[in-house]
Design a protein around this ligand. Sequence first.
Ligand SMILES: *[C@@H]1O[C@H](CO)[C@@H](O)[C@H](O)[C@H]1NC(C)=O
Ligand SMILES: *[C@@H]1O[C@H](CO)[C@@H](O)[C@H](O)[C@H]1NC(C)=O
Ligand SMILES: *[C@@H]1O[C@H](CO)[C@@H](O)[C@H](O)[C@H]1NC(C)=O
Ligand SMILES: *[C@@H]1O[C@H](CO)[C@@H](O)[C@H](O)[C@H]1NC(C)=O
Ligand SMILES: *[C@@H]1O[C@H](CO)[C@@H](O)[C@H](O)[C@H]1NC(C)=O
Length: 391
Amino acid sequence: MTSLATKSLPNQFVSFPILSFSFIIIGLAAVFPFTSTTFASYATTKEVPEAAVLLKWKASLDNQSQSLLLDLFNNSLYGTILSHIVSLWRLTYLRLSANHFSGSIPSQIGQLINLRTLGMARNQIAGSIPQEIESLSSLNVLSLHENLLSGHIPSTIGNLTKLEMLALSPNPLYGSIPMEIGNLVYLRRLVIRETQLTGSIPPTLSNLTRMTLLSIGQNKLTGHLPENLCFSGVLEWLVVDNNKLTGNIPKSIKTCSSLSRIRLDGNQLFGNISEEFGMYPNLVYIDLSRNNFYGELSQQWGKCHKLTSLRMSINNIYGEIPPGLVEATRLSRIDLSSNHLVGEIPVEFGTFVSLFEHNLYDNQLSGHIPQELGHLTNLEILNLATSQQII
Ligand SMILES: *[C@@H]1O[C@H](CO)[C@@H](O)[C@H](O)[C@H]1NC(C)=O
Ligand SMILES: *[C@@H]1O[C@H](CO)[C@@H](O)[C@H](O)[C@H]1NC(C)=O
Ligand SMILES: *[C@@H]1O[C@H](CO)[C@@H](O)[C@H](O)[C@H]1NC(C)=O
Ligand SMILES: *[C@@H]1O[C@H](CO)[C@@H](O)[C@H](O)[C@H]1NC(C)=O
Ligand SMILES: *[C@@H]1O[C@H](CO)[C@@H](O)[C@H](O)[C@H]1NC(C)=O
């Protein structure tokens, strides 16, 4: 059990680093002391996959016990999630994540109307997300990431109006992002990265005024960025890289001071980045590479005192590197390669202790940067785990 997982559990929760099947029995008995049914009668049915046995046993307890939580996180459970899951209707917390569950999500999932957390991440669950999910109106967390789910995201997802976190990536989902997601006004984290989604980003996402994290990179999304994505000023992560987005960066994003991570790289975005851009006191990481941006590099970037990475390669940025950029003293990774920069490289660049990568090739720059010998100890990896808790 990692600290990450432990942190995400409710207080009254007991969970088990289950190592063997016999441990599961002991573990569950400790949480559900009111049970009168013994597990043994089911456990002896050897031909049934162990997960099925366990769910069946749990279901048989449900009418008499107070058990509302079931956590089978990170075991080696296999089998399908059977339709008799419906008997678990009292459950408020069901986490089957990080196992080897296969098959599809039964449509009967819709009968678990008391669920607040449904975690099925990191399994081999295939098929589509059943539209019956609409009945889970108490759900706060829906985590289906790292499975084999295909088909469309059902528009009935818009009925889960208490949802705070929706994590669906990566999965081979296709179709578009349903505009009904805009109904989920409590949503704080929306992660649908590395799927096959097409169509445009629904403008209704601007209605999600509590959203701090939007991660929909590595899809096939087209069209413009919604005008008012940062309308409420709480958006911290805007990650839409490697899609086919066009148009300008909307003003609400250019002036969104809450942003700490911006990834617009690998799209066909366009526009003059000289003006009204770069006033981000919380910004740590920005990547605008591989787009059609033009204009000069603003002095404002120097005022991003938390900035560690500035990447804008393969655009049409011209002019000189503003001397004020050296005020961003945490900056350790700069990639401005393949633009049309001219002039001298500011000498101060060489004094940045943390500057271990600066990529300025394929410009018309003059001057000399001392070779750095630093190690890539701060290497920033876009880690799915940081945006999708394993629930
Ligand atoms: C899952 O269990 C394995 C084996 O017990 C362990 O090595 C791994 O760290 C666990 N992963 C998580 C995310 O808890
Ligand atoms: C459990 O209770 C529900 C609702 O009261 C009922 O529909 C169901 O038949 C009961 N199941 C068992 C096994 O008693
Ligand atoms: C889901 O929302 C639609 C549209 O608001 C509504 O007609 C339908 O009854 C809702 N479904 C459930 C199960 O509440
Ligand atoms: C949600 O967004 C749409 C499109 O941007 C807008 O027409 C609608 O009025 C918004 N709904 C709410 C409740 O704000
Ligand atoms: C980009 O904007 C700056 C600042 O307003 C302006 O000086 C410059 O001419 C613009 N560049 C182009 C190519 O329009």
